[in-house]
Design a protein around this ligand. Structure first.
Ligand SMILES: Cc1cc2nc3c(=O)[nH]c(=O)nc-3n(C[C@H](O)[C@H](O)[C@H](O)COP(=O)(O)OP(=O)(O)OC[C@H]3O[C@@H](n4cnc5c(N)ncnc54)[C@H](O)[C@@H]3O)c2cc1C
Length: 634
C-alpha cells in the first residue's frame, strides 16, 4: 500500500529507512510472511514513468538526483570541489542508473569473506545472484553478429530483475572490439562467471519484452504493493534519526523531505538502514553512533562510540578522455554513433519511431554508453605490475589515512590493503575498466582504490547534506594504477582497427603527454572522484578492524539495528554495484531457519509471542540474547 502522512501507521514489525535497491528488495522479501509488517520511508518521490527513466536511449538520470551534493575540496585533485550524485527516488539508484548489470570477480567477494565475513564469498553469494535475476537470451543470430556470449549455468531465470541485452550495436563498436582483441584482450565467455578479465558485451537491466528499464520500483515494489496490506511505502519523507530505548533501536523520526514537522514510527523488531552510502552514515551519526569527537562537536549524545561510522568511503573514480576525429577521412565510418541521437534530430526521431513500434534500434542502448567494455586486472594492464605492488608494499599504510586515525581503523585498512595487493598480483581480479561510447570520448574507471575517504555530518539538521571527502588518489599508488589503465586504453586507440577511424586524443590530453608525471598531472585535473558507485561507509568487518556492522549487518553496540545498503560492503568490487546490491539484499532478506526453538518457554520468559522469531536478529548470537535459554541461536 502506498501511504501518506495521514494514513501511515505508527507501529510496524520493520521500519526501513530508504527505498532504493536494498530497501525495496528486503521489504518485498520480509513481507512474503503475512504476519510481518514493513514500512519503507523514502526521501524521494515516485517517478512518473518518464521516458528518461524507462527508455535507455532517452536516459535522463538528473531527473532524480539528490540535489546540489558537492565534495569538499579534494587534495589529490588539485583542490577541486566536485558535484557528486546519488539517487533520490523510489527505487533509488536502480531508477536512474546506467543499467549496467555486472557481477564482481570471485576474488572480490572472497576478500570480503577474508575480512571476517564467512558466507560472503563468491560461492556463498552465487545462489543469490541466480535468485535475483531473470536472464533473457538475445536472438542467436544477432548474438553471433555482435559477439555476445554467455554461459547459462551462471544466469538465473526465476528472479525479478530482468537481465538482457540491447538489440542493436553501433557499427564502429566493432572497431573498438577488434582493436582490443589485437592487443590481446580476449573475449570473455560470460562476465557473470566470477572472472571477466577481457572484453565482453555489457549485460543490462533491460526487460526484453518491453525493452524498458527493470528497476526496484517495478520488480520489487509495484509487483506486490497493492496485494500486500502488510507492506507500506511512504515516499518524499526523510528519516532523520533512529530512536533507542537504552541500546535497542525501537523506531525512527522522519520529516517531509521539503521540511515540516517531525513524526515517529516504531519497529517492534528491527530498524533497517538502507539510505545509501552517503546518507546511512549521516543517519548513524545523527542518531549518536559515530566518531565521539564529531558527535560532541554537534552536541549529539553518544549512543555508541564507533569512530568507523562514516569512514572507509570508496568509489570508482572516472576519467573521461576526449577525442576529435578527422571528419573528412572518417565521415560515414563513424556514423551513426552514440552521439548521433543527440546531434541529429531526424535520425533520433526515426529511431525513436522504430523503438516505439518494434522495440528495436539504438534506443535500446543507454544513451551515454555503447555495448561493449573491457575489464582489466593490474597484470593485464601493465607488465610493471610487480614494481607497483613492491612500491605499495614499501609504503607505510598509515600514510594513506589521516594522521589522527583511530587504531582499529588502521588495522582494518592494513587488512584491506594487503588483500587488494594480492589482487594486484592475481590475473583474475579486476582493477579497472575501459569503455568507448562510440562518440567523442572514452571513459576509464578505476575500481580498486587504495585511498580511503569519509562522510561526516555538517549540521544537526538532517536535511543539510553531509561533508563528502572522497580523498581520491591521495594514495600515490592509485595514480600509478590509473596511469597503467590509461596507457592500455591508449594502446587500443592506437591499434589499426581504431586507427581506421582516425581518432585524435584531444586537449587537455594528447600525444604530447608521454611520461608518468605528464599523464598524472593532467589526470589530477580531470578525474571525477565518483562514478556514483560509493560504498563501504558502514563496513561489515570485525569491530577490532574498524567495522561498523557484523557479517549479519548488525550495527555494533546496539540491538535491532541493521545496515542493508551498499554502506555495509567492506571493499569495492571490480564491477558496477547493482547486480551485487540485488544479490546482497536477497541474502540479507532471507529468513534464517530456526533451530530447535521452544515457543512456550519463550512466552514464559519474555511474555511476548514468538511470532516470526527468526526475524528477531538479536537472537542470532547468545551474547545478544537476553533470554538465552529461549532464544536458540542460529
Ligand atoms: C547516475 C547513476 C548511475 C549509476 N549507474 C550504475 C550502473 O550503470 N550500474 C550499476 O551497477 N550501478 C550504477 N549506479 C550505482 C547503483 O545504482 C547504486 O550503487 C545502488 O543503487 C546502491 O543501492 P542502495 O540500495 O545501497 O542505495 P540506493 O539505491 O541509492 O537507495 C538509497 C535510497 O535511500 C534514500 N534516502 C537517503 N537518505 C534517506 C533518508 N534520510 N530517509 C529516507 N530515505 C533516504 C535515497 O533517496 C535513495 O532512494 C549508478 C548510480 C547513479 C546515481
Amino acid at each position: 500500500t502506498i501511504v501518506d502522512r495521514q494514513t501511515v501507521g505508527s507501529n510496524y514489525t520493520f521500519v526501513i529507512a530508504g527505498g532504493g535497491i536494498a530497501g525495496l528488495t528486503i521489504a518485498d522479501r520480509l513481507t512474503e510472511d503475512p504476519s510481518v509488517s514493513s514500512l519503507v520511508l523514502e526521501a524521494g518521490p515516485f517517478d512518473k514513468g518518464e521516458d528518461g527513466i524507462l527508455i535507455p536511449g532517452a536516459y535522463a538520470p538528473y531527473l532524480y538526483f539528490w540535489p546540489n551534493l558537492v565534495t569538499v575540496p579534494q587534495a589529490g585533485l588539485n583542490n577541486r570541489s566536485i558535484g557528486t550524485v546519488c539517487a533520490k527516488v523510489v527505487g533509488g539508484g536502480s531508477a536512474i542508473n546506467a543499467m549496467v548489470f555486472l557481477r564482481g570477480d570471485e576474488g572480490d567477494y572472497d576478500a570480503w569473506s577474508s575480512l571476517g565475513n564467512p558466507g560472503w564469498r563468491w560461492k556463498g553469494l552465487l545462489p543469490f545472484f541466480l535468485k535475483s535475476e531473470n536472464f533473457t537470451r538475445p536472438d542467436l543470430t544477432f548474438a553471433r553478429a555482435g559477439n555476445i556470449s554467455w554461459d547459462d549455468s551462471f544466469r538465473g531465470n526465476s528472479g525479478l530483475v530482468q537481465n538482457s541485452y540491447p538489440n542493436y550495436f553501433f557499427p564502429c563498436s566493432a572497431n573498438w572490439w577488434n582493436a582490443a582483441k589485437s592487443i590481446s584482450l580476449e573475449p570473455v565467455k560470460d562476465p557473470s562467471s566470477g572472472d571477466k578479465q577481457g572484453i565482453f558485451w555489457i549485460p543490462t537491466v533491460l526487460n526484453a519484452t518491453t525493452m524498458t528499464r527493470s528497476y526496484a520500483r517495478r520488480n520489487h515494489d509495484d509487483r506486490v504493493i497493492a496485494s500486500r496490506p502488510n507492506y507500506h511505502v511512504l515516499a518524499s519523507n526523510a528519516v532523520t534519526k533512529v530512536l533507542f530505548r537504552g541500546k535497542q533501536a525501537v523506531g525512527v523520526n522522519y520529516v517531509p523531505s521539503g521540511g515540516g514537522s517531525s513524526s515517529t514510527v516504531y519497529a517492534s523488531n528491527e530498524v533497517i538502514l538502507a539510505a545509501g552510502c552517503l546518507h546511512t552514515p549521516q543517519l548513524l551519526q545523527l542518531s549518536g553512533i559515530g566518531p565521539p569527537k564529531l558527535l560532541r562537536k554537534f552536541g549529539i549524545s553518544i549512543v555508541v562510540d564507533l569512530p568507523s561510522a562514516g569512514k572507509n568511503l570508496q568509489d570508482q573514480p572516472t576519467l573521461t578522455v576526449p577525442y576529435t576525429s578527422n571528419p573528412a577521412s572518417v565521415g560515414a565510418n563513424l556514423e551513426p554513433n552514440s552521439g548521433t541521437l543527440l546531434s541529429n534530430a531526424t535520425y533520433n526521431a526515426e529511431q525513436r519511431a522504430l523503438y516505439d513500434s518494434a522495440g528495436k534500434g539504438p534506443h535500446t542502448i543507454v544513451s551515454t554508453l555503447s555495448t561493449n567494455i573491457g575489464s582489466l586486472s593490474l597484470r593485464g594492464a601493465t607488465a610493471a605490475y610487480k614494481q607497483i605492488v613492491a612500491q605499495a608494499r614499501a609504503r607505510t599504510p598509515a600514510d594513506s589515512l589521516p594522521a589522527d586515525v583511530e587504531p582499529t581503523i588502521l588495522e582494518g585498512y592494513k587488512a584491506q590493503r594487503s588483500l587488494i595487493l594480492q589482487q594486484f598480483e592475481n590475473s583474475t581480479v579486476g582493477v579497472g575498466a575501459i569503455h568507448w561510447g562510440t562518440a567523442d570520448s572514452a571513459v576509464i574507471y578505476h575500481e580498486k582504490p587504495l585511498s580511503r575517504g569519509s562522510v561526516a555530518i555538517n549540521s544537526t539538521d538532517p536535511l543539510v547534506d553531509p561533508l563528502i571527502y572522497y580523498m581520491t588518489v591521495t594514495d600515490p599508488i592509485d595514480l600509478q594504477v590509473y596511469t597503467a589503465l590509461f596507457r592500455k586504453h591508449r594502446q587500443i586507440f592506437s591499434a589499426p582497427a581504431m586507427r581506421a577511424l582516425d581518432p585524435v586524443e584531444a586537449s587537455p590530453f594528447g600525444a604530447q603527454l608521454v611520461t608518468e608525471d605528464e599523464i598524472a598531472g593532467v589526470m589530477r585535473d580531470q578525474i571525477n572522484p565518483s562514478n556514483a558507485h560509493q560504498c563501504c561507509t558502514a563496513a561489515m568487518m570485525p569491530r577490532e578492524l574498524g567495522g561498523v556492522a557484523s557479517s549479519e549487518q548488525k550495527v555494533y553496540g546496539v540491538a535491532w539495528l541493521r545496515v542493508a545498503d551498499i554502506s555495509f560492503w567492506p571493499m569495492q568490487i571490480a564491477a558496477a554495484p547493482t547486480a551485487t546490491m540485488y544479490a546482497s539484499a536477497e541474502k540479507v532478506g532471507v529468513p534464517p531457519k530456526p533451530l530447535g526453538f521452544f515457543p512456550d518457554l519463550f512466552l514464559l520468559v519474555t511474555g511476548t509471542q514468538p511470532r516470526s522469531l527468526w526475524l528477531r536478529t538479536p537472537c542470532r548470537t547468545m551474547t545478544d540474547c537476553g533470554a538465552a535459554i529461549a532464544c536458540r541461536c542460529h
